[in-house]
Design a protein around this ligand. Structure first.
Ligand SMILES: C[C@@](CO)(OP(=O)(O)O)[C@H](O)COP(=O)(O)OP(=O)(O)OC[C@H]1O[C@@H](n2ccc(N)nc2=O)[C@H](O)[C@@H]1O
Ligand SMILES: Nc1ncnc2c1ncn2[C@@H]1O[C@H](COP(=O)(O)OP(=O)(O)O)[C@@H](O)[C@H]1O
Length: 285
């Protein structure tokens, strides 16, 4: 790929769901060891990168409530510069479609797209592994978006293996609350000793989320959303929430659930995809 070609183009930053989440132990630093399945979705934020010659990293349209220098795209670009000594600058345009703080990983995905695309546009030549390691410094969900496909995750989510999943339809509700991840992981009655399972156990139907009970107790809107979605199909929590989802084999059934829910809830329809939208575009390019 001609590395100048991607300036000014729209690059996708897809959402993810955690189709299951088991907490199997704890690291010495207190972080919880997980087993999870990351499902890539076709629902995306879109980023556009414009070259600037003053060496600065800026946003064309900062997200309301997020100071520019805290934005994960700005932090990712600055991390690339400090890691490689690159002196180039960029102005980033974010088209934000993914709800923030709902567990769909939008901010992490924005960071990953920034790392992957600027690595190319700036001609830095870092490997995918190096970009995943840099991404982990920004958040536990960043590496999977650099990895770029649906994945079985272990560790704190950074130890990844590709997994092939049926590309089904998902209806996602974003309840009107923000779940504090730290609060959930510090809850006294959280299950922290789940047995380690295999990918085949998951594929055979072992798909529980160990955070679900605690989140539903602490956040009534999440419990209500699970109850509402359960009318159409089995409803589950993604990550530590707040979003809940149900999966459908065909688009018509998903659309009819969406129709029934959309007057009362903020709902999204998404298709699962084994390869992330970012890597689909990179392959096309
Ligand atoms: C559990 C997942 C699954 O995808 O939840 P979601 O955020 O996507 O819902 C993520 O790995 C979340 O990772 P991340 O988003 O980086 O977590 P943070 O907000 O940084 O975590 C806040 C706090 O939760 C605790 N924490 C987080 C992750 C983890 N594996 N063990 C922990 O104990 C730590 O105390 C941390 O300081
Ligand atoms: N580009 C960004 N997009 C979204 N959130 C961002 C971004 N940069 C920083 N953040 C911060 O990260 C938090 C988590 O965002 P997000 O990734 O959307 O949620 P989650 O981790 O629950 O999926 C936001 O509440 C916001 O304060």
């Amino acid at each position: 790929m001609d590395f100048m070609a991607g300036w000014g183009e729209r690059w996708p930053a897809p959402a993810k769901l955690n189709l299951m989440l088991r907490i199997t132990g704890r690291r010495p630093d207190g972080y919880h060891l997980l087993q999870t399945v990351f499902q890539m979705l076709d629902l995306c934020d879109w980023l556009t990168f414009h070259p600037v010659d003053d060496g600065r990293v800026t946003l064309r349209n900062p997200i309301s409530g997020v100071p520019e220098q805290d934005d994960l795209t700005v932090r990712a670009a600055n991390l690339l510069k400090s890691h490689t000594g690159c002196v180039r600058g960029v102005c980033i345009d974010i088209e934000k479609n993914l709800p923030m703080g709902g567990g769909l990983g939008g901010g992490s995905s924005d960071a990953a797209t920034t790392l992957v695309v600027l690595n190319r546009l700036w001609g830095l030549g870092l490997s995918k592994r190096e970009l995943m390691d840099l991404g982990l410094r920004l958040g536990a969900d960043v590496p999977v978006f650099v990895f770029g496909c649906s994945a079985w995750g272990e560790g704190v989510g950074e130890d990844l293996q590709a997994i092939t999943l049926p590309e089904q339809w998902f209806v996602i509700i974003k309840p009107d609350c923000h779940v504090n991840t730290g609060e959930i992981f510090s809850a006294e009655n959280l299950t922290r000793n789940s047995a380690v399972i295999t990918m085949s156990d998951f594929l055979a139907g072992d798909n529980r989320n160990d955070c679900s009970e605690v989140v539903c107790k602490l956040y009534r809107p999440v419990k209500d959303a699970i109850d509402a979605l359960s009318f159409y199909a089995e409803a589950r929590l993604t990550g530590t929430g707040a979003c809940v989802f149900a999966q459908f084999c065909n688009k018509e059934d998903a659309e009819s659930a969406l129709e029934g829910l959309k007057d009362r809830w903020l709902v999204f329809l998404a298709k699962g995809s084994n390869q992330s939208a970012l890597y689909k575009k990179l392959e096309q390019g």
